[in-house]
Design a protein around this ligand. Structure first.
Ligand SMILES: *Cc1c(COP(=O)(O)O)cnc(C)c1O
Length: 472
Protein backbone atom coordinates (compact mmCIF):
# COMPACT_ATOMS: atom_id res chain seq x y z
CA UNK A 1 0.00 0.00 0.00
CA UNK A 2 1.56 3.26 -1.01
CA UNK A 3 0.37 6.83 -0.62
CA UNK A 4 0.44 9.49 -3.28
CA UNK A 5 3.90 10.77 -2.34
CA UNK A 6 5.30 7.28 -2.65
CA UNK A 7 3.39 6.81 -5.90
CA UNK A 8 5.23 9.86 -7.21
CA UNK A 9 8.58 8.53 -6.03
CA UNK A 10 8.05 5.10 -7.55
CA UNK A 11 6.81 6.57 -10.79
CA UNK A 12 10.00 8.61 -11.05
CA UNK A 13 12.05 5.56 -10.21
CA UNK A 14 10.21 3.59 -12.90
CA UNK A 15 10.81 6.29 -15.49
CA UNK A 16 14.53 6.30 -14.66
CA UNK A 17 14.60 2.53 -14.79
CA UNK A 18 12.92 2.59 -18.21
CA UNK A 19 15.43 5.01 -19.71
CA UNK A 20 18.36 3.01 -18.27
CA UNK A 21 16.85 -0.21 -19.57
CA UNK A 22 16.49 1.14 -23.10
CA UNK A 23 20.02 2.63 -23.03
CA UNK A 24 21.54 -0.74 -22.14
CA UNK A 25 19.69 -2.82 -24.74
CA UNK A 26 22.28 -2.57 -27.51
CA UNK A 27 24.77 -4.52 -25.39
CA UNK A 28 22.33 -7.13 -24.06
CA UNK A 29 21.65 -10.52 -25.69
CA UNK A 30 18.37 -10.19 -27.57
CA UNK A 31 16.67 -13.39 -26.46
CA UNK A 32 16.34 -14.49 -22.86
CA UNK A 33 18.09 -17.82 -22.29
CA UNK A 34 16.52 -19.39 -19.23
CA UNK A 35 15.78 -23.03 -18.59
CA UNK A 36 12.05 -23.77 -18.24
CA UNK A 37 10.96 -23.41 -14.61
CA UNK A 38 13.77 -21.08 -13.57
CA UNK A 39 11.41 -18.15 -12.98
CA UNK A 40 8.61 -20.22 -11.50
CA UNK A 41 11.03 -21.77 -9.00
CA UNK A 42 12.16 -18.33 -7.86
CA UNK A 43 8.60 -17.37 -6.93
CA UNK A 44 6.92 -18.32 -3.64
CA UNK A 45 4.15 -20.87 -3.97
CA UNK A 46 1.54 -18.68 -2.27
CA UNK A 47 0.61 -14.99 -2.14
CA UNK A 48 1.87 -13.04 0.91
CA UNK A 49 -0.59 -12.55 3.76
CA UNK A 50 1.05 -9.30 4.83
CA UNK A 51 2.09 -6.22 2.89
CA UNK A 52 5.65 -6.07 1.60
CA UNK A 53 7.67 -2.90 1.05
CA UNK A 54 7.81 -1.59 -2.55
CA UNK A 55 11.62 -1.60 -2.24
CA UNK A 56 11.59 -5.40 -2.00
CA UNK A 57 9.05 -5.83 -4.75
CA UNK A 58 11.05 -3.64 -7.11
CA UNK A 59 14.30 -5.43 -6.26
CA UNK A 60 12.69 -8.80 -7.01
CA UNK A 61 11.38 -7.45 -10.30
CA UNK A 62 14.95 -6.65 -11.32
CA UNK A 63 16.36 -9.89 -9.93
CA UNK A 64 13.74 -12.45 -10.99
CA UNK A 65 11.81 -11.00 -13.90
CA UNK A 66 14.14 -8.91 -16.05
CA UNK A 67 16.63 -11.75 -16.76
CA UNK A 68 13.72 -13.70 -18.25
CA UNK A 69 12.64 -10.97 -20.64
CA UNK A 70 13.35 -11.22 -24.36
CA UNK A 71 14.11 -7.72 -25.54
CA UNK A 72 11.55 -6.87 -28.20
CA UNK A 73 12.82 -3.26 -28.32
CA UNK A 74 16.36 -4.42 -29.05
CA UNK A 75 17.85 -2.93 -32.26
CA UNK A 76 18.65 -6.44 -33.51
CA UNK A 77 15.34 -8.13 -32.89
CA UNK A 78 14.84 -9.81 -36.28
CA UNK A 79 12.50 -12.62 -35.20
CA UNK A 80 8.72 -13.02 -35.81
CA UNK A 81 7.41 -9.53 -36.54
CA UNK A 82 8.33 -6.43 -34.53
CA UNK A 83 6.31 -5.13 -31.60
CA UNK A 84 7.64 -1.60 -31.41
CA UNK A 85 7.27 0.84 -28.55
CA UNK A 86 9.25 4.02 -29.20
CA UNK A 87 9.38 6.67 -26.48
CA UNK A 88 6.38 8.85 -27.48
CA UNK A 89 4.18 5.77 -27.46
CA UNK A 90 5.49 4.64 -24.06
CA UNK A 91 4.94 8.09 -22.58
CA UNK A 92 1.35 8.12 -23.85
CA UNK A 93 0.77 4.68 -22.32
CA UNK A 94 2.09 5.94 -18.99
CA UNK A 95 -0.51 8.69 -19.07
CA UNK A 96 -3.21 6.19 -20.01
CA UNK A 97 -2.08 3.99 -17.11
CA UNK A 98 -2.36 6.90 -14.74
CA UNK A 99 -5.91 7.77 -15.78
CA UNK A 100 -6.97 4.15 -16.28
CA UNK A 101 -10.22 5.14 -17.94
CA UNK A 102 -12.51 2.48 -19.33
CA UNK A 103 -13.60 3.75 -22.72
CA UNK A 104 -16.47 1.48 -23.72
CA UNK A 105 -19.01 4.24 -24.39
CA UNK A 106 -18.75 7.81 -25.59
CA UNK A 107 -19.84 9.07 -22.18
CA UNK A 108 -17.33 6.95 -20.28
CA UNK A 109 -14.65 9.22 -21.82
CA UNK A 110 -15.80 11.47 -24.67
CA UNK A 111 -12.30 12.66 -25.59
CA UNK A 112 -11.05 9.08 -25.88
CA UNK A 113 -13.86 8.24 -28.30
CA UNK A 114 -13.50 11.37 -30.39
CA UNK A 115 -9.70 11.12 -30.50
CA UNK A 116 -10.09 7.51 -31.65
CA UNK A 117 -12.36 8.57 -34.51
CA UNK A 118 -9.97 11.30 -35.62
CA UNK A 119 -6.87 9.08 -35.32
CA UNK A 120 -8.51 6.44 -37.50
CA UNK A 121 -9.25 9.10 -40.10
CA UNK A 122 -5.60 10.16 -39.95
CA UNK A 123 -4.45 6.55 -40.34
CA UNK A 124 -6.93 5.80 -43.13
CA UNK A 125 -5.69 8.78 -45.12
CA UNK A 126 -2.05 8.03 -44.30
CA UNK A 127 -2.46 4.53 -45.74
CA UNK A 128 -4.06 5.93 -48.88
CA UNK A 129 -7.41 4.22 -48.19
CA UNK A 130 -10.62 5.65 -49.58
CA UNK A 131 -12.84 7.84 -47.39
CA UNK A 132 -15.54 5.16 -47.38
CA UNK A 133 -13.64 3.25 -44.67
CA UNK A 134 -14.35 3.76 -40.97
CA UNK A 135 -12.14 2.30 -38.32
CA UNK A 136 -12.08 1.04 -34.76
CA UNK A 137 -9.17 0.05 -32.52
CA UNK A 138 -9.20 -3.54 -31.27
CA UNK A 139 -6.74 -5.23 -28.93
CA UNK A 140 -5.26 -7.59 -31.55
CA UNK A 141 -5.49 -8.66 -35.17
CA UNK A 142 -7.03 -11.88 -33.88
CA UNK A 143 -10.02 -9.96 -32.50
CA UNK A 144 -10.25 -7.67 -35.55
CA UNK A 145 -10.41 -10.74 -37.78
CA UNK A 146 -12.90 -12.46 -35.48
CA UNK A 147 -15.16 -9.40 -35.68
CA UNK A 148 -14.85 -9.44 -39.49
CA UNK A 149 -15.63 -13.17 -39.72
CA UNK A 150 -18.70 -12.73 -37.52
CA UNK A 151 -19.84 -9.87 -39.73
CA UNK A 152 -19.41 -11.90 -42.92
CA UNK A 153 -21.30 -14.77 -41.29
CA UNK A 154 -24.21 -12.58 -40.22
CA UNK A 155 -24.35 -10.81 -43.56
CA UNK A 156 -24.49 -14.14 -45.43
CA UNK A 157 -27.22 -15.41 -43.08
CA UNK A 158 -29.13 -12.14 -43.36
CA UNK A 159 -28.54 -11.53 -39.66
CA UNK A 160 -30.16 -14.79 -38.53
CA UNK A 161 -27.06 -16.39 -36.98
CA UNK A 162 -27.00 -14.45 -33.75
CA UNK A 163 -30.68 -15.10 -33.06
CA UNK A 164 -31.27 -18.59 -34.44
CA UNK A 165 -27.84 -20.18 -34.22
CA UNK A 166 -26.27 -22.06 -37.10
CA UNK A 167 -27.81 -25.51 -36.90
CA UNK A 168 -30.83 -24.86 -39.11
CA UNK A 169 -28.89 -22.81 -41.67
CA UNK A 170 -27.14 -23.70 -44.89
CA UNK A 171 -23.50 -24.57 -44.22
CA UNK A 172 -21.30 -21.51 -44.63
CA UNK A 173 -18.02 -21.55 -46.51
CA UNK A 174 -15.01 -19.24 -46.19
CA UNK A 175 -12.01 -19.24 -48.55
CA UNK A 176 -8.33 -18.38 -48.09
CA UNK A 177 -4.88 -19.56 -49.11
CA UNK A 178 -2.51 -21.59 -46.93
CA UNK A 179 -0.57 -18.39 -46.23
CA UNK A 180 -3.10 -16.77 -43.90
CA UNK A 181 -2.41 -16.52 -40.19
CA UNK A 182 -3.79 -19.09 -37.74
CA UNK A 183 -5.93 -16.34 -36.19
CA UNK A 184 -8.22 -16.84 -39.20
CA UNK A 185 -8.63 -20.57 -38.44
CA UNK A 186 -9.43 -19.69 -34.86
CA UNK A 187 -11.99 -17.07 -35.88
CA UNK A 188 -13.67 -19.66 -38.14
CA UNK A 189 -13.86 -22.10 -35.22
CA UNK A 190 -15.17 -19.51 -32.79
CA UNK A 191 -17.76 -18.22 -35.26
CA UNK A 192 -19.22 -21.73 -35.45
CA UNK A 193 -18.45 -22.04 -39.17
CA UNK A 194 -16.25 -25.07 -38.58
CA UNK A 195 -12.73 -25.76 -39.80
CA UNK A 196 -14.07 -28.20 -42.42
CA UNK A 197 -15.83 -25.28 -44.10
CA UNK A 198 -12.65 -23.22 -44.29
CA UNK A 199 -11.54 -23.95 -47.82
CA UNK A 200 -7.89 -23.55 -48.86
CA UNK A 201 -7.34 -22.23 -52.35
CA UNK A 202 -3.96 -23.03 -53.97
CA UNK A 203 -1.59 -20.13 -54.60
CA UNK A 204 0.18 -19.24 -57.82
CA UNK A 205 3.26 -18.10 -55.89
CA UNK A 206 4.15 -16.32 -52.66
CA UNK A 207 3.69 -12.92 -54.24
CA UNK A 208 0.95 -13.85 -56.69
CA UNK A 209 -1.34 -15.31 -54.08
CA UNK A 210 -4.56 -17.25 -54.47
CA UNK A 211 -5.42 -18.61 -57.88
CA UNK A 212 -8.53 -16.53 -58.67
CA UNK A 213 -9.86 -19.06 -61.17
CA UNK A 214 -9.57 -21.85 -58.59
CA UNK A 215 -11.27 -19.59 -56.05
CA UNK A 216 -14.18 -18.92 -58.36
CA UNK A 217 -14.48 -22.59 -59.28
CA UNK A 218 -14.62 -23.52 -55.59
CA UNK A 219 -17.36 -20.98 -54.93
CA UNK A 220 -19.42 -22.12 -57.92
CA UNK A 221 -19.06 -25.78 -56.94
CA UNK A 222 -20.00 -25.04 -53.32
CA UNK A 223 -23.10 -23.14 -54.36
CA UNK A 224 -24.15 -26.01 -56.59
CA UNK A 225 -23.65 -28.42 -53.69
CA UNK A 226 -25.93 -26.37 -51.42
CA UNK A 227 -23.32 -24.50 -49.35
CA UNK A 228 -23.51 -20.78 -48.64
CA UNK A 229 -20.23 -19.03 -49.56
CA UNK A 230 -19.86 -16.23 -47.02
CA UNK A 231 -16.47 -14.67 -47.52
CA UNK A 232 -12.85 -14.67 -48.53
CA UNK A 233 -9.89 -13.82 -46.31
CA UNK A 234 -7.02 -12.35 -48.29
CA UNK A 235 -3.58 -11.80 -46.92
CA UNK A 236 -1.10 -9.03 -47.60
CA UNK A 237 2.27 -9.89 -46.07
CA UNK A 238 1.61 -13.32 -44.54
CA UNK A 239 3.38 -14.30 -41.36
CA UNK A 240 5.65 -17.06 -42.61
CA UNK A 241 7.23 -15.59 -45.75
CA UNK A 242 5.09 -12.56 -46.60
CA UNK A 243 2.52 -14.34 -48.81
CA UNK A 244 0.40 -11.77 -50.64
CA UNK A 245 -2.84 -12.13 -52.56
CA UNK A 246 -3.92 -10.13 -55.57
CA UNK A 247 -6.81 -8.12 -54.15
CA UNK A 248 -8.00 -6.94 -57.58
CA UNK A 249 -8.58 -10.49 -58.75
CA UNK A 250 -10.09 -11.67 -55.49
CA UNK A 251 -12.44 -8.72 -55.16
CA UNK A 252 -13.75 -9.16 -58.67
CA UNK A 253 -14.59 -12.82 -57.92
CA UNK A 254 -16.18 -11.69 -54.65
CA UNK A 255 -18.33 -9.09 -56.39
CA UNK A 256 -19.63 -11.59 -58.92
CA UNK A 257 -20.72 -13.93 -56.12
CA UNK A 258 -21.69 -11.38 -53.52
CA UNK A 259 -19.29 -12.56 -50.82
CA UNK A 260 -17.47 -10.50 -48.19
CA UNK A 261 -13.71 -9.84 -48.45
CA UNK A 262 -11.62 -9.39 -45.30
CA UNK A 263 -7.95 -8.47 -45.71
CA UNK A 264 -5.30 -9.38 -43.13
CA UNK A 265 -2.44 -6.90 -43.43
CA UNK A 266 -1.54 -7.06 -39.73
CA UNK A 267 2.17 -6.59 -40.31
CA UNK A 268 2.50 -5.18 -43.86
CA UNK A 269 -0.27 -2.59 -43.52
CA UNK A 270 1.98 -0.12 -41.71
CA UNK A 271 4.31 0.07 -44.73
CA UNK A 272 1.45 1.49 -46.80
CA UNK A 273 2.10 4.92 -45.33
CA UNK A 274 4.78 4.90 -48.06
CA UNK A 275 3.01 5.28 -51.42
CA UNK A 276 5.68 3.29 -53.27
CA UNK A 277 4.59 0.03 -51.58
CA UNK A 278 0.86 0.34 -52.22
CA UNK A 279 1.10 -1.76 -55.38
CA UNK A 280 1.16 -4.72 -52.95
CA UNK A 281 -2.45 -4.13 -52.03
CA UNK A 282 -3.90 -2.68 -55.22
CA UNK A 283 -7.64 -3.11 -55.01
CA UNK A 284 -7.81 -2.61 -51.23
CA UNK A 285 -10.54 -0.02 -51.63
CA UNK A 286 -12.88 -2.75 -52.86
CA UNK A 287 -12.45 -4.88 -49.71
CA UNK A 288 -15.18 -4.98 -47.05
CA UNK A 289 -12.78 -4.94 -44.11
CA UNK A 290 -9.09 -4.79 -43.38
CA UNK A 291 -6.95 -5.24 -40.29
CA UNK A 292 -3.52 -3.81 -39.64
CA UNK A 293 -1.58 -3.62 -36.41
CA UNK A 294 -0.01 -0.25 -35.60
CA UNK A 295 1.51 -2.19 -32.67
CA UNK A 296 3.72 -4.14 -35.01
CA UNK A 297 5.59 -1.93 -37.40
CA UNK A 298 4.14 1.55 -36.96
CA UNK A 299 5.28 2.05 -33.36
CA UNK A 300 2.03 2.39 -31.43
CA UNK A 301 2.83 -0.11 -28.75
CA UNK A 302 0.84 -3.25 -28.04
CA UNK A 303 -1.98 -3.50 -27.85
CA UNK A 304 -3.21 -1.57 -30.85
CA UNK A 305 -4.88 -3.22 -33.83
CA UNK A 306 -7.01 -1.29 -36.31
CA UNK A 307 -10.02 -2.74 -38.11
CA UNK A 308 -11.27 -0.70 -41.06
CA UNK A 309 -14.72 -1.50 -42.43
CA UNK A 310 -16.60 -0.30 -45.45
CA UNK A 311 -19.99 -0.62 -43.76
CA UNK A 312 -19.75 0.01 -40.04
CA UNK A 313 -23.49 -0.49 -39.68
CA UNK A 314 -22.96 -4.17 -40.54
CA UNK A 315 -20.28 -4.54 -37.89
CA UNK A 316 -22.51 -2.81 -35.34
CA UNK A 317 -25.52 -4.89 -36.34
CA UNK A 318 -23.42 -7.97 -35.65
CA UNK A 319 -21.80 -6.93 -32.37
CA UNK A 320 -23.97 -4.29 -30.66
CA UNK A 321 -26.03 -5.32 -27.72
CA UNK A 322 -27.75 -2.71 -25.62
CA UNK A 323 -28.97 -3.66 -22.21
CA UNK A 324 -30.61 -0.84 -20.26
CA UNK A 325 -27.51 -0.04 -18.20
CA UNK A 326 -25.44 0.68 -21.32
CA UNK A 327 -27.85 3.13 -22.94
CA UNK A 328 -26.48 6.64 -23.31
CA UNK A 329 -29.29 9.06 -22.66
CA UNK A 330 -29.63 12.31 -24.55
CA UNK A 331 -26.55 11.99 -26.75
CA UNK A 332 -27.42 11.60 -30.40
CA UNK A 333 -24.98 10.88 -33.20
CA UNK A 334 -22.28 9.61 -30.88
CA UNK A 335 -20.18 6.48 -31.30
CA UNK A 336 -20.00 3.80 -28.63
CA UNK A 337 -16.97 1.80 -29.78
CA UNK A 338 -17.87 -1.19 -27.60
CA UNK A 339 -20.62 -1.78 -30.17
CA UNK A 340 -17.88 -2.21 -32.78
CA UNK A 341 -15.89 -4.67 -30.64
CA UNK A 342 -15.92 -8.22 -29.29
CA UNK A 343 -15.11 -7.12 -25.75
CA UNK A 344 -17.09 -4.54 -23.81
CA UNK A 345 -14.38 -2.86 -21.74
CA UNK A 346 -11.87 -0.84 -23.70
CA UNK A 347 -8.50 0.67 -22.82
CA UNK A 348 -7.76 4.14 -24.12
CA UNK A 349 -5.59 3.13 -27.07
CA UNK A 350 -5.86 6.16 -29.34
CA UNK A 351 -3.62 8.41 -27.24
CA UNK A 352 -0.41 6.61 -28.21
CA UNK A 353 -1.31 6.92 -31.90
CA UNK A 354 -1.73 10.67 -31.44
CA UNK A 355 1.58 11.06 -29.60
CA UNK A 356 3.37 8.83 -32.11
CA UNK A 357 2.07 10.51 -35.27
CA UNK A 358 2.86 13.95 -33.90
CA UNK A 359 6.29 13.11 -32.44
CA UNK A 360 7.52 11.47 -35.67
CA UNK A 361 5.33 13.02 -38.33
CA UNK A 362 4.27 10.70 -41.14
CA UNK A 363 7.49 11.55 -42.93
CA UNK A 364 9.54 10.44 -39.93
CA UNK A 365 7.68 7.13 -39.77
CA UNK A 366 8.08 6.60 -43.52
CA UNK A 367 11.83 7.02 -43.12
CA UNK A 368 11.95 4.38 -40.36
CA UNK A 369 10.08 1.88 -42.54
CA UNK A 370 12.08 2.67 -45.68
CA UNK A 371 15.31 2.12 -43.76
CA UNK A 372 14.14 -1.29 -42.54
CA UNK A 373 13.24 -2.33 -46.08
CA UNK A 374 16.48 -1.06 -47.62
CA UNK A 375 18.62 -2.65 -44.92
CA UNK A 376 16.82 -5.97 -45.13
CA UNK A 377 17.23 -6.08 -48.91
CA UNK A 378 20.91 -5.24 -48.43
CA UNK A 379 21.37 -8.22 -46.10
CA UNK A 380 19.51 -10.52 -48.52
CA UNK A 381 21.89 -9.48 -51.30
CA UNK A 382 24.95 -10.04 -49.11
CA UNK A 383 23.78 -13.51 -48.13
CA UNK A 384 22.88 -14.36 -51.74
CA UNK A 385 26.44 -13.54 -52.72
CA UNK A 386 27.91 -15.67 -49.92
CA UNK A 387 28.98 -19.25 -50.59
CA UNK A 388 26.52 -21.93 -49.44
CA UNK A 389 23.71 -19.48 -48.67
CA UNK A 390 20.58 -19.31 -50.75
CA UNK A 391 17.64 -16.93 -50.60
CA UNK A 392 14.53 -19.11 -50.31
CA UNK A 393 11.95 -16.32 -50.56
CA UNK A 394 12.67 -12.88 -51.95
CA UNK A 395 12.17 -9.85 -49.72
CA UNK A 396 8.53 -8.86 -49.24
CA UNK A 397 9.02 -5.38 -47.76
CA UNK A 398 11.52 -6.12 -44.96
CA UNK A 399 10.96 -9.89 -44.71
CA UNK A 400 12.92 -12.58 -46.52
CA UNK A 401 14.00 -16.14 -45.85
CA UNK A 402 17.22 -18.03 -46.49
CA UNK A 403 18.89 -21.35 -46.00
CA UNK A 404 22.46 -22.48 -45.41
CA UNK A 405 23.23 -25.42 -47.69
CA UNK A 406 26.85 -26.53 -47.38
CA UNK A 407 27.58 -29.61 -49.49
CA UNK A 408 29.25 -31.41 -46.57
CA UNK A 409 25.96 -31.58 -44.60
CA UNK A 410 23.47 -34.38 -45.29
CA UNK A 411 20.59 -33.29 -43.02
CA UNK A 412 20.06 -29.73 -44.18
CA UNK A 413 16.80 -29.24 -42.26
CA UNK A 414 18.48 -30.29 -39.02
CA UNK A 415 21.47 -28.12 -39.85
CA UNK A 416 19.37 -24.99 -40.44
CA UNK A 417 17.39 -25.51 -37.23
CA UNK A 418 20.67 -25.97 -35.34
CA UNK A 419 21.93 -22.80 -36.97
CA UNK A 420 18.90 -20.80 -35.75
CA UNK A 421 19.44 -22.15 -32.24
CA UNK A 422 23.17 -21.38 -32.25
CA UNK A 423 22.56 -17.86 -33.55
CA UNK A 424 19.96 -17.15 -30.88
CA UNK A 425 22.15 -18.62 -28.13
CA UNK A 426 24.94 -16.32 -29.29
CA UNK A 427 22.69 -13.36 -28.50
CA UNK A 428 23.86 -10.72 -30.97
CA UNK A 429 20.72 -11.13 -33.05
CA UNK A 430 17.40 -12.96 -32.75
CA UNK A 431 15.81 -14.75 -35.71
CA UNK A 432 13.24 -17.53 -36.17
CA UNK A 433 12.68 -20.50 -38.46
CA UNK A 434 9.78 -21.43 -40.69
CA UNK A 435 8.94 -24.03 -43.32
CA UNK A 436 8.64 -23.66 -47.05
CA UNK A 437 7.46 -26.61 -49.16
CA UNK A 438 8.29 -28.89 -46.25
CA UNK A 439 11.86 -27.58 -45.86
CA UNK A 440 13.27 -25.71 -42.86
CA UNK A 441 14.08 -22.10 -43.71
CA UNK A 442 15.34 -19.15 -41.69
CA UNK A 443 13.28 -15.95 -41.54
CA UNK A 444 14.74 -12.50 -41.26
CA UNK A 445 12.73 -9.33 -40.84
CA UNK A 446 14.02 -5.87 -39.98
CA UNK A 447 11.58 -3.75 -38.01
CA UNK A 448 12.99 -2.40 -34.74
CA UNK A 449 12.69 1.36 -34.33
CA UNK A 450 16.12 1.26 -32.65
CA UNK A 451 17.82 -0.45 -35.58
CA UNK A 452 20.77 1.30 -37.24
CA UNK A 453 22.36 0.55 -40.59
CA UNK A 454 25.37 -1.03 -38.85
CA UNK A 455 23.07 -3.67 -37.34
CA UNK A 456 22.87 -5.29 -40.79
CA UNK A 457 26.62 -5.84 -40.61
CA UNK A 458 26.33 -7.37 -37.15
CA UNK A 459 23.60 -9.67 -38.48
CA UNK A 460 25.71 -10.71 -41.47
CA UNK A 461 28.74 -11.32 -39.25
CA UNK A 462 26.79 -13.37 -36.74
CA UNK A 463 25.00 -15.50 -39.35
CA UNK A 464 28.04 -16.29 -41.49
CA UNK A 465 30.46 -16.78 -38.59
CA UNK A 466 28.16 -19.14 -36.69
CA UNK A 467 27.25 -21.08 -39.86
CA UNK A 468 30.95 -21.59 -40.53
CA UNK A 469 31.54 -22.69 -36.93
CA UNK A 470 28.81 -25.32 -37.20
CA UNK A 471 30.32 -26.96 -40.28
CA UNK A 472 33.98 -26.72 -39.21
C1 LIG B 1 0.81 -10.90 -36.17
C2 LIG B 1 -0.20 -11.29 -37.14
C3 LIG B 1 -1.49 -11.67 -36.73
C4 LIG B 1 -1.89 -11.81 -35.29
O1 LIG B 1 -1.79 -10.61 -34.62
P1 LIG B 1 -2.32 -10.41 -33.11
O2 LIG B 1 -2.47 -8.94 -33.04
O3 LIG B 1 -1.24 -10.94 -32.23
O4 LIG B 1 -3.59 -11.15 -32.95
C5 LIG B 1 -2.41 -11.97 -37.72
N1 LIG B 1 -2.09 -11.90 -39.01
C6 LIG B 1 -0.87 -11.54 -39.45
C7 LIG B 1 -0.57 -11.48 -40.91
C8 LIG B 1 0.12 -11.24 -38.51
O5 LIG B 1 1.34 -10.87 -38.94
Amino acid sequence: MINNDEFRRWSHRTADWAADYRAALNDAPVRASLTPGATANALPAAAPELAEPMENIFADFERIIVPGITHWQHPRFFAYFPSNAPAPSVVAEQLVNAMAAQCMLWQTSPSATELETRMLEWLRDALGLGPHFSGVIQEAASSSTFAAILTMREKALQWAGNSQGLSGQKKLRVYASQEVHTSVDKAIWMAGIGGDNFIRIPIKGVLRGMDAAALEAAIVADKAAGFLPAGIVACIGGTSVGGTDSLRDICSVARRHNVFVHVDAAWAGSAMICPEFRHLWQGIDEADSMVFNPHKWLGAQADCSVLFVREPQHLVKTLAIQPEYLKTQGADGIINYSEWSIVLGRRFRALKIWFLLRAYGLEGLRQVIRNHINWSVELAEKLRATKDFSITTEPVLSLFSFRHEPSCVADLDGHNLALVKAINDDGRIYITQSKLDGKAIIRFQAGSFEMQHSDVDVAYQAITEIAKGLTA
